[in-house]
Each structure stands twice: as C-alpha cells, then as structure tokens.
Design a protein around this ligand. Structure first.
Ligand SMILES: Cc1cc2nc3c(=O)[nH]c(=O)nc-3n(C[C@H](O)[C@H](O)[C@H](O)COP(=O)(O)OP(=O)(O)OC[C@H]3O[C@@H](n4cnc5c(N)ncnc54)[C@H](O)[C@@H]3O)c2cc1C
Length: 386
C-alpha cells in the first residue's frame, strides 16, 4: 500500500507514539500527533532500551543521540540481599542502554520537530475516537475534530482511545508497586537484588543513578501510603542494607515516582480504522524491561504491514497476528519473573534461591531468551530504513 496517501492521527507522544509518528512520516504519511501533556520533556525516571528498541531507533538515525545520552549495561546479575549471585544471564549477554526518560523524550521531540510531515499538538487531550476515522480533542483552540485513514492509540495503560472501541480489553492489577527515582550521585551497584522486601535495582545513567525498588512489603506499603521517606528508607535498609546509601541520596518524597503495575490484555487490537499500540494494547509488568521496547517494535511492525498490505484493514489484521502472540509471550514471562522477584515468604524465597535459581542457572542458554526481543533485530533495523 502506498504510505504516502495515508493521513494518520497518532494519540500519545511518548515512546510508542513518537516512534510511530516518526516511522510513518519518514515513509511518507501525513501524521498528526496529539499529546495531552503541554511540555512532555520532563517526564519519568530511567529507562532501559534493549537491542530490539535500539534497532528501531537506529533505523530512525537516533542511535548516536541515544547512545550519547546512555550508559551501556550488559550482563546484569540478579543477587540476593547479601549480594550473592542468584542468576547471571547466559552468554551472549544481552546489551542495554540505560538513560533518563527525559533524555529519550527530548531526543524524540527534537526529531519530531524536524519532521515536516508531522504536525504536533501538545497540551491537547483526545476525548473520543471512532472506527470511521474521527478523533475529537480538547485543544487550545477548543474542541477540535480530526479525520484520519488510520488512528493509532498510543495513549498508554489508561488509553482513552481503547475505551472508544471494541477491543475486549482486560485491565488487571497484579498488586505490585514500584518506586523509581534518579539521584545525582554515581552510586550504581549495577545489579538487581531480590530481597526479603522484593526487588531493588540501581544502574548508572550519565551524571547519576537510576534507582527502582518494590513497594510491596507491609512496611513499604505503609510508608508509601503516608509519603514517608524516612519510613521507606528504614523498611528498605532492614531488608537490604546496600539500599541505604542510594535512598539516603533522595532529597524529598516527591522525588519518588510511585507506579502500581497494571497489565492490559486485549482480545482485539484494532476496530475499524483504530489500532492500539504500546501500553494501550499490552501494558505488562516491567520485569523484563520490555514495555517501551515492545511499543517501539509495534511501531516498526505496523509500518512494515502497512507497506505490505493492499489496504488499512488487511494491514491491521496482519499487524495484530504478528504482534499479539509475541507480546503475550513476553508479558507472561515478565509476570512470572515479577512474581518470583516479589516473593517475601522466607520458605518460598529459600526454595527459589537454593533450588530453582541454581537449576535455571545451569540449564539456561542464551537462545532461551531470544523470544524477548520478539523480532530479529536486523529486520527491525531494515523496516525504518526502507
Ligand atoms: C517501574 C517501571 C519501569 C519500567 N522500565 C522500563 C524499561 O526499563 N524499559 C522498557 O522498555 N519499559 C519499561 N517500563 C514500561 C514502559 O514505561 C511502558 O511500557 C512505556 O512507557 C509504554 O509506552 P507508550 O508510549 O505505549 O505509553 P506511555 O509511555 O504511557 O505514553 C502514553 C502517552 O499518551 C499520552 N496520553 C494519554 N492519554 C491521552 C489523551 N487522552 N490524549 C492525548 N494524549 C494522551 C500520555 O500523556 C503519554 O505521553 C517500565 C514501567 C514501569 C512501571
């Protein structure tokens, strides 16, 4: 299909939406991007870009900028609360790029601003969308209607677009909470610890450290409910003394971002001219670091299938058939990993650490985790370049 004839509205200007807008515009489509945040530069803490996400970014010419804004992470080990290794990734070790979310968003926004076929509306909130191709939004100019051949709902886990169509969506809360922050000091331990209070990780980003921790133990839950930084620090240093220095570097409670994990599973990813992408279609637990990476892969596959198909409807069917099983497998693996990492019962933890993990460590092969990347990286690199 000739992409140059397409008029596309992308709802959501974060990772998934920005990648979609750039890929489709570079292929010749006219893209209107609608993002409710007026100044989306200063969002979030840290993010790990994996090889699949980086392949798509490379195809967009963004790899040099992302690499320059990131610290490379390879061979991340899982340790217990004492620092003993529970699991090291089998070779070849996967490579990731850890950076500030605001840095990634800035790179996307600069690329969007330079793209003549993308018209951005920031500070505009989509209020409705129809399968016939109409989007309504509250913009600075008042209620505005847009018409499109294709509407991409990249508006995240609470997707408004999803609520406007028939997607058979099921949103669940596995009951896991994560707390994330950036501290200015270089204190990264470069490991993920599975402890009596859940998991704790710290990784270097340029000029600082990205810190994330579970908020699931009783003491942490209480501290979160009362925005009590001292209580949160105390709960964590009791379970994992190595956390003390990192959480000690947090200045105020408001510097912490609290996320209650949600999982989205949709029976269908498209309805008429609307298609879902990223968290709107498949929010998953963060334990494999694949939520945003999968959103970027969605964008590349959507473009690939639009190119191959005779029309939009065929393309959306092919996109869903290619993406849904691949993403479901990763989401299930991430959920299982999350459940293991969050074990707090001492007997269950002992069985995990003394029996399960040694078996996994002995049997695991690098190829066992190839499915996490979902598409061959060479394919992803080629789609955006074509
Ligand atoms: C603790 C934690 C750590 C994570 N770490 C990683 C990681 O290291 N690597 C990774 O790949 N993933 C990670 N993820 C997952 C990742 O954050 C998400 O999967 C990713 O942000 C999804 O991108 P998206 O573009 O689909 O949605 P979002 O990032 O949620 O973006 C949606 C956008 O749509 C906009 N929007 C929403 N509603 C409207 C509306 N009505 N009108 C207009 N705009 C709207 C929002 O403002 C937002 O900008 C993590 C998640 C958590 C919770």
């Amino acid at each position: 299909m000739n992409i140059a004839n397409l008029n596309v509205v992308v709802v959501g200007g974060a990772t998934g939406g920005a990648a979609t807008a750039l890929l489709l515009a570079r292929a010749g489509a006219r893209v209107t991007l609608i993002e409710k945040i007026a100044e989306p530069r200063a969002v979030g803490a840290g993010i790990a870009i994996a090889e699949n996400g980086m392949a798509v970014l490379e195809s967009l010419g963004l790899k040099p900028a992302v690499s320059a804004a990131a610290c490379v992470v390879a061979g991340v080990r899982v340790v217990d609360g004492t620092g003993r290794t529970l699991l090291a990734p089998p070779p070849p070790e996967p490579t990731g790029w850890m950076l500030r979310r605001s840095a990634l968003q800035t790179i996307f926004l600069d690329a969007l601003a330079a793209e003549p076929l993308v018209e951005c509306h920031f500070g505009a909130e989509v209020t409705g969308a129809t399968g016939a191709g109409t989007v309504t939004a509250a913009t600075r100019a008042g209620a505005t209607e847009f018409h499109a051949d294709l509407i991409v709902g990249a508006d995240g886990v609470h997707s408004r677009v999803r609520s406007c169509g028939r997607f058979d969506a099921h949103v669940s809360r596995p009951g896991i909470t994560y707390v994330r922050t950036l501290v200015p000091e270089s204190l990264a331990q470069g490991v993920e610890a599975w402890t009596a209070a859940g998991l704790f990780g710290s990784f270097a980003v340029p000029d600082g450290t990205y810190v994330y921790a579970s908020g699931g133990s009783r003491a942490c839950t209480d501290a979160i409910a009362h925005s009590d930084l001292e209580g949160f620090r105390a709960a964590w240093s009791a379970a994992y003394p190595a956390s003390a220095e990192l959480l000690g570097a947090v200045a105020r409670w408001d510097d912490l971002i609290v996320n209650r994990v949600r999982r989205v599973e949709c029976g269908r990813w498209s309805d008429g001219r609307i298609v879902l992408l990223g968290d709107a279609a498949h929010a998953m637990p963060p334990n494999l670091g694949q939520g945003a990476n999968s959103a970027v892969v969605d964008a590349a596959v959507l473009l690939d299938e639009l190119r191959r198909a005779a029309g939009v409807a065929d393309a959306l069917r092919a996109y869903e058939a290619r993406r849904r099983p691949a993403v479901r497998r990763v989401a299930r693996a991430a959920a299982r990993l999350g459940t293991l990492a969050e074990l707090t019962n001492p007997i269950a933890r002992a069985m995990r650490d003394r029996i399960l993990m040694p078996i996994v460590a002995r049997l695991a092969r690098g190829s066992d985790i190839d499915f996490v990347l979902q598409e061959p990286v060479a394919t992803l690199r080629a789609i955006g370049r074509a």
